[in-house]
Design a protein around this ligand. Structure first.
Ligand SMILES: CC(C)=CCC[C@@H](C)[C@H]1CC[C@H]2C3=C(CC[C@]12C)[C@@]1(C)CC[C@H](O)C[C@@H]1CC3
Length: 220
């Protein structure tokens, strides 16, 4: 009886070990799948910030068109905005690109927000386009302040408290790593706080569509 039970468990253990080995091997070569470069994104964003703009919408439109010119096939120019509630913070995002190993979004809020960044299996680059972002790590007694043109790098595995003050901010956010593993954090507040299932549906619909599209053009 005991022997039968332990052979049942060893099947699951084998599947787990296999899964972890495949994940580890893919993680080691994941850089081969990246198409975006954070320094190039930073440069493009800085050029756009330096231009005179009539509105935030005009700046975002100019930025998305320049990104599409730099990364043909990889940028979604259809602006579909969706709320995001994560780590206690709230904002809206427009998904420019999503694939298994990278995403690029415009994220922000005109009214301010604050929360936990989450601890992700991805590096996160938050390039401020307009407004300010504040952040701190435990042990740090002064806040970090990020202004237009600054790129805030949240290193894979790290976490911070962050705030967008009441005057609001907009940023180009680039994440590279295991994107599907970020989604539970990105959606948890919808299930445990807002109960806004429209947001869950729109996030899955748009992200799923972009990931499938990326796979169809050979982008993992
Ligand atoms: C798969 C797609 C397209 C979306 C991911 C949904 C969420 C995981 C992200 C949406 C907004 C993101 C932000 C951050 C982490 C990931 C999200 C919640 C940060 C907290 C990362 C650190 C930066 O400094 C601020 C970011 C704000 C938005």
């Amino acid at each position: 009886m005991a022997a039968k039970a332990s052979s049942g468990y060893s099947k699951y253990l084998l599947v787990l070990v296999l899964f972890l080995s495949v994940w580890y091997a893919l993680d080691k070569i994941s850089h081969r799948f990246w198409v975006f470069d954070q320094h190039k994104l930073h440069q493009i964003a800085s050029e756009v910030i330096a231009l005179p703009h009539n509105s935030t919408a005009a700046m975002i439109s100019e930025l998305s068109h320049r990104l599409a010119a730099e990364y043909p096939k990889h940028i979604n120019l259809k602006q579909e905005w969706v709320f995001n509630n994560a780590g206690g913070a709230m904002g809206a995002m427009y998904i420019l690109h999503a694939s298994i190993t990278e995403y690029l979004i415009i994220f922000g809020t005109p009214v301010g927000t604050e929360g936990h960044t989450g601890r992700h299996m991805a590096d996160d680059y938050f390039i401020i386009l307009q407004g300010e972002q504040w952040a701190f790590t435990p042990g740090q007694l002064e806040k970090e302040v990020y202004r237009p043109g600054h790129m805030h790098h949240l290193v894979r595995g790290d976490a911070q408290q962050y705030k967008i003050p009441d005057s609001g901010a907009w940023a180009l956010e680039y994440a590279r790593g295991w994107i599907p593993a970020m989604l539970p954090f990105g959606l948890a507040d919808c299930f445990f706080s807002t109960l806004d299932l429209n947001v869950v549906w729109d996030t899955f619909r748009i992200t799923g569509k972009r990931i499938l599209y990326s796979l169809s053009v050979g982008k993992f």
